[in-house]
Write a new protein. Structure first.
Length: 307
């Protein structure tokens, strides 16, 4: 995992290009995560999916990154704690709960609120300066996400869209997470950040998983075993590898650019949703185009803009 990031950094020489490579990779990985969650929920509860995802991810990360934890200074651990809570612990449970009622593509579309929350919390608490173009891009992207959501609601009236609130809370956590990394952990090794996160949350997750009866049922339940395979893939790629790449992306770009991955993820999520039988309308396609227009405006460089 660490070697993967090193290879990319050595292959693509400047960060202006490298950040786009990371963005595409993350879009594919995280865009596919929602359908994996949907399949995992067939055999596991939302609580089990969230807790198991953390535990399996921790095993992967500890096998390659535990030595990196020593790079974390004592003064940085409080920020590692908050990024663990906001960016890892709560979101994995919130998304699993939301997808008990929402299609995977809809959950991904709602996740496009992340750049908006990144911008809002960046301005309110982290002194982030933004341009009018960035604000306009975020708003346009949000409009596109809303078009996608309402179009989906029209085709799936039986779903409880109030569960979208769980995704909203998760995006608030992501918005805080990216700003904390950028301001307080920008010089820290990306693998150290992510591994440190899971050092903090693995014991709570393991405790929660035990209380769900997972360990007493898994050996006798074939559906749970199949679901566990989906969670394992999700944990390795959607959490462990993707979080290392994302932390590095935050460090070499701006918080707004890094969070804009949530605008491109729905394109991948919609593809998988349609492939597995979820409905898609012309209006949803229109929403996707609007979202991409927002991404362009958020990241278009002016003469005085930042990288």
């Amino acid at each position: 995992m660490l070697d993967f990031c090193v290879i990319l950094r050595n292959t693509v020489m400047d960060n202006a290009k490298l950040k786009w490579v990371y963005l595409v990779i993350l879009s594919v990985i995280w865009g596919s995560s929602f359908i994996l969650i949907k399949h995992a929920l067939v055999g596991l509860t939302a609580t089990q999916v969230g807790a198991l995802r953390i535990v399996i991810t921790a095993i992967f990360l500890f096998s390659v990154g535990l030595k990196k934890v020593k790079l974390i200074k004592r003064s940085q651990w409080k920020w590692i704690f908050w990024t663990a809570m906001a960016g890892s612990l709560f979101p994995v449970f919130l998304f699993a709960i939301a997808q008990e009622q929402l299609d995977s593509s809809v959950a991904s579309m709602l996740n496009s609120l992340t750049p908006l929350n990144t911008l809002v919390f960046g301005m309110l608490f982290f002194g982030v300066m933004v341009t009018k173009r960035q604000v306009l891009g975020v708003v346009i992207g949000l409009i596109g996400a809303l078009v996608l959501v309402f179009a989906g609601a029209e085709f799936n009236p039986s779903h409880n869209y109030w569960f979208g609130a769980f995704v909203l809370f998760a995006t608030i956590g992501y918005g805080l997470n990216v700003n904390i990394i950028k301001k307080y952990l920008n010089d820290l090794n990306a693998l150290a950040i992510v591994t440190g996160n899971f050092v903090i949350i693995v014991i709570p997750a393991l405790t929660i998983l035990a209380f769900t009866g997972f360990f007493s049922d898994i050996l006798q339940n074939e559906a749970m075993q199949t679901a566990m395979c989906y969670v394992a893939v999700l944990s390795l790629f959607g959490t462990a590898i993707a979080k290392v790449i994302y932390s590095r992306l935050v460090q070499i770009s701006s918080p707004i650019f890094a969070s804009s991955v949530t605008y491109t993820m729905p394109v991948v999520a919609i593809f998988w949703g349609v492939f597995f039988g979820e409905q898609l309308s012309v209006y949803q396609l229109l929403g996707g185009i609007i979202i991409l227009a927002g991404v362009y405006l958020v990241n278009k460089r002016s003469k005085k803009s930042e990288a």
